[in-house]
Design a protein around this ligand. Sequence first.
Ligand code: HEC
Ligand code: HEC
Length: 199
Amino acid sequence: MNPVYLRQLTVAAALLFFACGTAVAWDENIKQVAIPGGLTADTLPDAKSKGAKLFASYCSRCHSLPSPRMHSTSDWAMRFEKMMDHVKLLAGTVPGIKMPAENEKREIVSYLQKMGFIGLAEYAPLLTEPEGFKVAWFCSACHAVPDPIQFPAKGATQLSAKEWHLIVDRMNAYRKKQGREVMSDADNKTIVDFLVKKR
Ligand code: HEC
Ligand code: HEC
């Protein structure tokens, strides 16, 4: 059998299993491991906006609803397209999975871009600093490495070491949940130092 077809079939079978909500204990677990720290429609930022509502409705069909802050502003459009490939594969065969209309796609992507964090480009000069490799090693498994400068709406500030520690600890818990190597206290410190350094 054609290997590409075989692969698609396996993906489709796995998703059918997700989508039909087969009542097996690890079903929910897998959905949460794929999307650590998932949210619900009413806990989304700006939950009443049109973009948030469409996002909650289309993006919780196969897995837990991801946080709109799980990706950087510049990566969301590409991540969204990857999801549309999954939808294309299943729309029409799995009940409840359908393609958003063009205007709905635009609403969802602009909502995600507005909420995403500020990421560094893959080859950003900052990452060539001595600690850069370690930061990329531990942080780029799930999303872009965050720029030390965040929240431009609040006047583009660098978070404090305490604030970054809380975030990095949360990320470490996600790594653990996904069975990835966890960061030691020393790794954690190197990463926070990198993020709070004044340049
Ligand atoms: C047809 C099923 C399906 C739908 C609908 C779907 N996803 Fe996914 N999603 C998947 C699968 C399968 C994976 C794991 C494989 C992968 O990462 O592509 C995944 C993984 C993810 C991940 C974690 C991996 C990554 O790329 O960061 C995010 C975030 C995500 N989806 C966001 C979304 C968003 C946003 C939407 C709504 C536009 C959406 N998904 C709708 C099937 C779907
Ligand atoms: C195992 C996957 C994973 C890894 C690895 C990971 N993250 Fe995340 N990151 C997430 C998810 C999921 C979210 C959205 C949910 C949340 O914020 O808790 C997120 C969100 C973020 C945000 C936005 C959150 C906010 O409150 O503004 C920042 C900043 C961030 N990550 C930084 C990092 C840093 C720094 C590292 C490396 C130490 C890292 N991430 C590694 C999964 C990961």
